[in-house]
Design a protein. Structure first.
Length: 426
């Protein structure tokens, strides 16, 4: 592990590592700064309890997040901890005893700061939103040691019934409407189960109160586009890219007569690639030219949701990419394409809303194109293991949601029965 002189200036220059890393202080042995790939920073101190010596295993104590404690404050706490250990005390045991009485709010804050090292930044952001909007309002005041399965069950039903629903202001003009519902309840309870599992590993509880609590079926993602819907969507993308889509009648007060909305070639290509590859939106928007191998028809994604993976391109998908001008680092060029501090395109919300309106597609999300891609494969007779590989699922259980679409065995049985009937007539 690297050793540095820990100061405000030195830690400000430290980047987020690819894996968890601890920088130890040059002046106070055992004192250090832990940094995770998500950017979370926590002060730690390591010591040997009791009599000490090489024969005693080291213990690591987290002092607190770097966003709250300054280097000077953390160093002072570390020095006190080390002094206690030299006098024969075990600060980690004392801390566990103290923290056994913490609230669910405090537990969630600790989990976000210390227990999410293996999670993607986007996943942590979603977790934080669910914690702030559902967990803290309903369970935040409860003591961690007192939460029982019956409390979790009530929490599930309260979120499902909309008890946490509200209109949240996010800025001068922004707002976020929290609706709750059965899907949100199920996903939040799953997160709560992970938080309490971490609490058990930290010695804050002996058991997980979420275990055994029945959850609602999570069918939010069950949306597949039919052949007709995909055809209408394709026509809408072409129209938006070429002549533009007419403004709605409600827009004509502010829009010039006969005006149309257009999308650029990169936005159109991104939408088509979502249809033809089954990739996630972020995977397409962050796709770099150096990760594209058109000669072999492959995409090498270095950092997808499930880690490094390879995408096999269809002829249509490869043709879409080959037809794009190379401007900058990313295949889907954004506003900063070609500039020194180039960033990937942030989203496709406006183009997606425009083409969906033209194609008359209601309640369809961009992520639904991924499910539609899988449904076409399942309906065409591909096995679930192949579909899982195409979508990059790390867990085979994730692919099971498409099992009811795998009609190949039914088609074979129908064909065989039809043949039997023909023979009977002959």
């Amino acid at each position: 592990m690297p050793t540095i002189k820990i100061t405000r200036r030195s830690i400000a220059a430290l980047p987020s590592p690819e894996r968890q890393l601890i920088y130890y202080d040059e002046t106070l042995p055992g004192f250090g700064l832990k940094i995770t790939p998500t950017g979370a920073r926590s002060w730690i101190v390591e010591y040997r309890p009791g009599a000490g010596g090489r024969g005693v295993s080291k213990k690591r104590l987290v002092l607190g997040p770097a966003s709250v404690l300054s280097p000077e404050q953390a160093r002072e706490m570390a020095a006190t901890t080390l002094a206690q250990a030299k006098l024969g005390a075990d600060p980690a045991v004392n801390r566990a005893t103290e923290r056994a009485d913490i609230t669910v709010t405090a537990l969630c804050d600790r989990y976000l700061a210390e227990g999410c090292a293996m999670k993607k930044e986007s996943t942590v952001k979603t977790d934080k939103s669910r914690i702030e909007r559902h967990v803290k309002p309903l369970l935040g005041h409860r003591r961690v040691r007192d939460v029982q399965s019956v409390d979790v069950d009530k929490f599930l039903r309260d979120v499902a019934s909309g008890k946490t629903a509200r209109d949240v202001k996010t800025g001068k003009q922004g707002r976020s409407i929290v609706t709750g519902g059965k899907g949100a309840a199920t996903r939040t309870v799953r997160l709560l189960g992970g938080i309490f599992t971490w609490a058990v590993s930290q010695g804050l509880r002996d058991t997980n109160p979420v275990a055994g609590v029945a959850k609602f079926p999570d069918n939010e993602n069950e949306r597949y586009l039919s052949s007709d819907e995909l055809s209408r969507l394709g026509n809408a993308i072409l129209e938006a890219e070429t002549i533009g889509i007419p403004y709605r009648s409600s827009d004509k007060r502010t829009a010039p007569k006969n005006s149309r909305s257009k999308i650029d070639a990169y936005a159109a290509a991104a939408l088509r690639l979502l249809i033809f590859t089954g990739c996630r939106v972020s995977e397409i928007l962050k796709l770099r030219w150096k990760d594209v191998d058109l000669e072999r028809g492959l995409l090498f994604l270095p950092d997808s949701k499930t880690g490094r993976k390879t995408i096999v391109l269809s002829t249509a998908a490869a043709s879409i990419i080959a037809g794009l001008p190379r401007v900058g680092t990313y295949v889907i060029a954004g506003e900063t394409a070609g500039q020194e501090n180039e960033k990937p395109r942030s989203d496709l919300k406006r183009p997606w809303t425009l083409v969906c309106r033209r194609a008359e597609l209601a309640n369809v999300r961009r992520h639904d194109l991924r499910h539609s891609f899988a449904s076409v494969g399942a309906g065409g007779g591909m096995g679930l293991p192949i579909i899982g590989k195409l979508l990059g699922h790390a867990d085979p259980a994730t692919t099971q949601r498409y099992a009811h679409l795998d009609a190949d065995p039914v088609r074979r049985a129908t064909r065989d029965l039809g043949t039997c009937r023909r023979w009977a007539r002959e």
